[in-house]
Design a protein around this ligand. Structure first.
Ligand code: SF4
Length: 198
């Protein structure tokens, strides 16, 4: 069975490193019958070297706007590989982004916010909700009611380390919630992105 480790969406290249995730979000594309980006379930996780070789052999990175770590799982489970891949991507003069659930410090058992702020140019953290109860209802994290604070603390620390942090919510949460989300982002010095629910 073929593994899709690198795929293109518009002018970006996406890197798919793992299916593992600490959340079980209600809206996650993982649970669609026919995933919109094709079959991104991988059967073996790639090493950083495998991904770098694919990038070297098949793509001219300078043709792409960003290299994005995002797939059918939470990419920070593979943070060591991410750092190595970023080193190669940056050596080609191309920017990096990650779409993360912000639970990396708990997942990895160490604070990676200084390191991730250094190797990732845009850290996109899914805020999803404006308090811990609502977050738990939507995201069903393995960390339960602690998950919202874990995520927000991660985002805040990344900002403190100079990271370009964007919190994101989906538009269907309603105007009032979006306003609350804006305040949360402002309070920690992050930006807010309201994205369309696919
Ligand atoms: S955090 Fe992302 S990958 Fe994980 S369940 Fe939620 S939407 Fe899916």
């Amino acid at each position: 069975m073929q593994n899709t480790y690198v795929y293109q969406v518009d002018n970006n290249l996406y890197i798919n490193l793992t299916n593992r995730c600490s959340n079980r979000c209600e809206f996650c594309v993982r649970y669609y019958d026919k995933p919109i980006y094709g079959d991104l379930w991988i059967h073996d996780e790639p090493t950083a070297e495998e991904v770098i070789n694919i990038l070297k052999e098949k793509y001219n990175l300078k043709d792409y706007h960003e290299i994005v770590f995002c797939g059918f799982g939470e990419p920070t489970y593979r943070f060591d590989a991410i750092e190595k891949i970023c080193e190669y991507v940056h050596s080609q003069g191309v920017k990096t982004r990650i779409n993360t659930n912000g639970q990396a410090n708990e997942i990895l058992g160490e604070d990676i916010t200084a390191r991730i702020s250094k190797c990732i140019d845009t850290i996109n953290v899914s805020l999803n909700a404006t308090d811990k109860e609502k977050y738990d209802k939507i995201c069903h994290s393995q960390y339960g009611m602690r998950a919202f604070d874990i995520m927000l603390d991660f985002a805040k620390k990344c900002v403190e380390h100079g990271g370009n942090v964007v919190l994101s919510v989906v538009d269907c949460i309603g105007k009032e919630e979006i306003e609350k989300a804006k305040k949360i982002a402002e309070n920690i010095g992050a930006k807010l992105r309201v994205r369309e629910l696919l």
